[in-house]
Design a protein around this ligand. Sequence first.
Ligand code: SF4
Length: 424
Amino acid sequence: MSGAATLSHAGCAEAPVLRERGQREVFCGLTGIIWLHRKIQDAFFLIVGSRTCAHLMQSAAGVMIFAEPRFATAIIEERDLAGLADANEELDRVVGQVLARRPDIRMLFLVGSCPSEVIKLDLSRAARRLDRAHAPAVRVLAYSGSGIETTFTQGEDACLAALVPEMPASAKAPALLVAGVLAEVVEDQMRRLFDALGVGPVGFLPPRRARELPAVGPGTRVLLAQPFLAETARALEARGARHLPAPFPLGAEGTTGWLRAAAEEWGVPQARFREVTAMGEQRARAAIARHRDVLAGRSLFFLPDSQLEIPLARFLARELGMRPIEIGTPYLHRAHLAAELPLLPRDALLSEGQDVDRQLDRCRAARPDLTVCGLGLANPLEAEGLATKWSIELVFTPIQGYDQAGDLAELFARPLVRRAALTV
Ligand code: SF4
């Protein structure tokens, strides 16, 4: 497939952005179920899809073979095309079966996929029907994890956006809402820091339990924990919430900037802010410094995959001295990245979208020390002698906050250390 490319200027960052529209190499949004089902502990994700979707989930979730999974695939076969009524009946039967077997489930998501026989099913309608049938014990919602024109992290965005209409309305009193899946250990750390700052009450979306959905309203201030939540942020804003612009909590600098955005909104005095954050920031800087020898001065190339590329490039360049050559991102959400873009090194090429062959040509020509990319591209690049880091690992691993900053640096140091060991 041939692609198109345009070069335009990025307002706030003033750096030119290469926009490419061509063939892309990405995982689909179903992948998000892996980390979403770990976080919402009484939710079940029923993928309405094909055998391909079932296989994708099996291989993506392979590491979790010993856990009792709270996701499954209802396979809609081609033969179901003859009668959508039959497919709906089948869906009702499968949902009934799942809920009978799992009385602990309080929320069930019907997750749409991209095969044509699934697209013909109206899953929102099916969810409303099933919701009525299983209320009040279980809520049934629908969202799409479809692989067409999405990135794998957009599954989380679609899921959280589907939760927003279910959130209770809040009074006008100010409250902080942190949107985006954070590992429990990170969520607990953040909650302690907000408590010490006197920022709150604080709610997290998604919550750990389906019935603990935080409230939202005109008093809600939203801090995004992830940069891929465009739909969720839009849905929250439509309910009166206001987004607090901030860098993302990756690394010491990013975490301090993220906490500061909330502290300023709550009028926390600067001295108090320093008192609460200084130790954590110091700890993070010390942990990061342990990986500087390996990473400083090394070149870096991001292929667009997770939408975490821009905050990661900022962290690796500013706190570890790495040299990003190209920072590819599937989508560039200017408003959500406004605090990040000015912090990127000016000589790095920022690219949005993908034309995979052209981008791989640029990557091969640059011979970066480390390439951050999707699973599908990592093996061929490794075979060509390039060290790679799978971007999906960055979504499965707790990386946000002060106490994870050293682990985040280590994730990038590891492939270089391994390669050095192999070539000795
Ligand atoms: S949703 Fe589409 S892209 Fe994703 S696994 Fe199913 S068929 Fe493949």
